[in-house]
Design a protein around this ligand. Sequence first.
Ligand code: GUN
Length: 286
Amino acid sequence: MATLIDGKTQARELRDAVAGEVQRLTHTQDVVPGLAVILVGEDPASQVYVRRKGQHAREVGMRSVEHTLSASTPQRELLALIAELNADPGVHGILVQLPLPTHIDPEAVIHAIDPAKDVDGFHPLNVGSLAAGGKGLAPCTPLGCVRLLASHLGELAGRHAVILGRSRIVGRPLASLLLREDCTVTVAHSRTVNLAKVCRQADILVAAVGQPGLVQGDWVKAGATVIDVGITRLGDGEERRLVGDVDAASVSRVAGALTPVPGGVGPMTIACLLHNTLIAACRQHG
Ligand code: GUN
């Protein structure tokens, strides 16, 4: 049976390390890293994520500012708030929770965030820096995936990584990060011919498409490391559960290691957000 890669424990360890650095920064430079999180509307899943981000930021000793705006907030009001936060020296990281209501253009919002405070790594300047192999702020979920892989496998160089999904939040930036680790990278997606065959070539298989149970045991090479990024909410009330893109029952009989859902990539994402905020604060005061 595949080893389960414990994201919960690793996220706690990363948060502890960040907390130590926050304390050092606070005492030696009188700088308290500040994270501003903006939520527009009342999407229940987004509300949970935003609350958790604020909670964890405070737990590691950061200043957390949460702005909740109504779903009908005009785009110019959101842009004005971002401009205010850009100019606030006590705010080092700004995150606008996605998705946004349909009357707001996410591109305009992402462009408005100061790239130095863009802890999501979505601003084109940071996207470009990452694609060029540079050191701009990188998106949190792919950073979490790389940390989990490195903790389990050690050296990643030379391994063939197949990424299922080409989203801006996960697939594309993860491809850049794994290239930086000297992996051989294949990005597969909905138009890829013979997906199962491509996946079977992977030493590292990352599923990030949001299709419950898409990856079956016969898609996986024996001993491969499988990272399940997909989180889909199924059912209601007592029956409610989170399911990943990987069919854990069949895949765990073939893979060498697998991240669980929940408790795998999810907790790492927030820990990496805190780490990005710390990096942003250090750079702004360096
Ligand atoms: N919605 C789902 N994932 C993310 C993320 O990583 N950042 C933001 N801002 N919104 C999200």
